[in-house]
Design a protein around this ligand. Structure first.
Ligand SMILES: Cc1cc2nc3c(=O)[nH]c(=O)nc-3n(C[C@H](O)[C@H](O)[C@H](O)COP(=O)(O)OP(=O)(O)OC[C@H]3O[C@@H](n4cnc5c(N)ncnc54)[C@H](O)[C@@H]3O)c2cc1C
Length: 487
């Protein structure tokens, strides 16, 4: 029997979203073709999570060495060999590469093609001159760093999270533009490795999506670390002057008081946001018109279906939560809905999305925070446990930060948790599980936590909630009972 289609599913982009989509589809025996124009693994492996966390590791070790005397250790000399630091970053990428490789996916039964895909019709994708006829398509083309619209940008050479990994020399004076997760993580890294870092933020605080108290806690650490953080500061223009022997780069910025200032730098990292990779869609060759949202991301419904019914999309290109684990989460819905939607389509579930910013202190979150509760008129109780009280944190000299839990007013049902502190990204896992499976604070309180660990902070937070919610009437009765027993 001749087949009308070459594939059940063509996946465009081999980042987290595309890889997981292909994995799931091949696991359920669909014929899958995965097309990647650049590097398998996409941003996460090559320019995102993996290199940034590898660099953070070197910076963290350096920060421990800088604090050595606190632990009774004398380290006579420590110098940063930046080339070796970067070599390690690239070695780590190489070690993880096989997880996302063509070899692995081919062995899983996925046909991998290196080339730039174009969607010709709803059922036809073109790559390297080949036309592939497919029942379904998943667009997982990711996002890239946004460039700010500031005059003079074309006169200076700048880095973004795409290119910073090619740096050969530790910048002496580094400006980081943008106070989101990427800007904050990298600003602290370079500062700890020895650069003089100025972090320029347009908003009035860093990590603007988190509660004010969270931004303040991280800002305090940045300031203590010696990072020059400029809040409410707008860059007006960039300048580059060639002083015969060297090029002088500077920017002119304006703070909220209205005064302008020149800031000189050797290197600048632009981290002002990310933009969906959608320009290649809706090309002249294509007869389709895939709908985009106002921010340029692909518009999808609750099933991750685009306006073309057999074309689905997932990952950074659909925006919302730009994280690797969310891309993977969405990939399940995109692949299952595309392959089996004929029978049933599943709504993508965003109710329990965790994430972390890997600064020191780490910031980890699941569910809503206080500012979101207020914005949405959600009635809540707020419980805070301060980690400076936690034995393990005191032992480790990491006694800072807090666990903040929002519960539905008058109940122990968790609406959201923010943890700021050492290993916050690990500790939050208990609350993620609790929220996912509707486990309340009473149950967390009645669970044994190993002593001495950071995880105990979760139980203590539940304890704080319990003390604030003790049934007073019952306690009075019990008190009377004891008094009666003493007679
Ligand atoms: C510095 C940095 C740090 C980060 N840290 C974290 C972190 O700690 N934790 C976390 O969860 N997330 C982190 N992220 C975010 C994370 O990297 C992304 O959310 C994730 O990579 C998104 O995966 P994706 O598959 O949607 O897109 P991508 O990884 O961008 O993959 C898209 C792929 O599609 C390909 N492509 C595009 N167009 C075409 C075409 N026409 N034909 C063929 N191929 C095409 C691209 O080449 C690319 O490989 C970080 C990001 C950055 C930049």
């Amino acid at each position: 029997m001749t087949k009308k289609y070459d594939a059940n599913l063509v996946v465009i982009g081999a980042g987290a979203a595309g890889l997981v989509s292909s994995y799931i589809a091949s696991a359920v025996k669909a014929k899958v073709i995965l097309i990647e124009k650049h590097k398998m693994g996409g941003d996460c492996l090559n320019t995102g999570c993996v290199p940034s966390k590898a660099l953070i590791r070197s910076a963290t070790i350096k920060s421990y060495i800088d604090r050595a005397t606190l632990f009774g250790l004398t380290i006579t000399e420590c110098s940063v060999d930046f080339q070796s630091v970067m070599q390690r970053v690239h070695k780590i990428i190489q070690r993880i590469e096989p997880h996302d490789s063509i070899e692995r996916y081919t062995a899983l039964g996925v046909e991998c093609i290196n080339g730039e895909a174009k969607i010709v019709t709803a059922n036809c994708v073109q790559v390297n001159g080949r036309l592939i006829y497919t029942k379904n398509i998943i667009i997982a083309s990711g996002a890239r760093p946004m460039l700010p619209d500031i005059s003079g940008l074309n006169k200076i050479s700048y880095y973004t999270s795409d290119t910073i990994w090619s740096l050969k020399k530790l910048p002496k004076r580094l400006v980081v533009l943008g106070g989101g997760a990427i800007g904050c993580e990298l600003a602290q890294c370079f500062s700890r490795l020895g650069s003089d870092v100025t972090l320029i933020v347009r908003g009035e605080r860093i990590l603007i999506n988190e509660d004010t108290i969270v931004s303040s806690e991280v800002l305090q650490k940045f300031t203590d670390d010696g990072i020059d953080v400029r809040l409410s500061t707008e860059v007006l223009r960039f300048n580059s002057t060639d002083n015969s022997s060297e090029i002088q780069n500077s920017l002119v910025c304006k703070n909220t008081k209205g005064s302008t200032e020149d800031i000189f730098f050797d290197t600048i990292l632009l981290a002002v946001g990310r933009k969906a990779n959608t320009e290649w869609l809706n090309s002249d060759e294509s007869s389709l018109n895939i709908k985009l949202s106002s921010d340029g991301s692909i518009a999808v419904n609750q099933h991750l279906q685009t306006n073309i019914k057999n074309i689905f999309s997932c990952g950074d290109v659909v925006g919302a939560y730009q994280f690797t684990h969310v891309a993977s989460h969405q990939a399940w819905f995109a692949s299952v809905n595309s392959l089996f939607g004929l029978f049933k389509k599943f709504k993508v579930d965003y109710s329990v999305i965790p994430w972390a910013t890997f600064t020191d202190p780490e910031v980890a979150r699941v569910g809503i925070n206080e500012q979101e509760a207020k914005q949405n008129n959600i009635k809540y109780d707020l419980t805070q446990y301060d980690i400076d009280d936690l034995d393990r944190a005191i032992v480790d000299d990491e006694d800072h930060g807090f666990v903040r839990v929002l519960t539905k007013k008058g109940t122990d049902r968790i609406l959201g948790v923010t943890i700021v502190g050492y290993h916050a990204s690990e500790i939050i896992a208990e609350y993620v599980l609790a929220m996912k499976h509707k486990i309340g604070l009473n149950k967390i309180l009645s669970t044994i936590h190993i002593y001495p660990t950071y995880n105990e902070a979760n139980k203590y937070a539940a304890g704080v909630w319990k003390r604030a919610n003790t049934p007073q009437k019952l306690l009075s009765l019990v008190e009377m009972f004891h008094a009666w027993r003493r007679r």
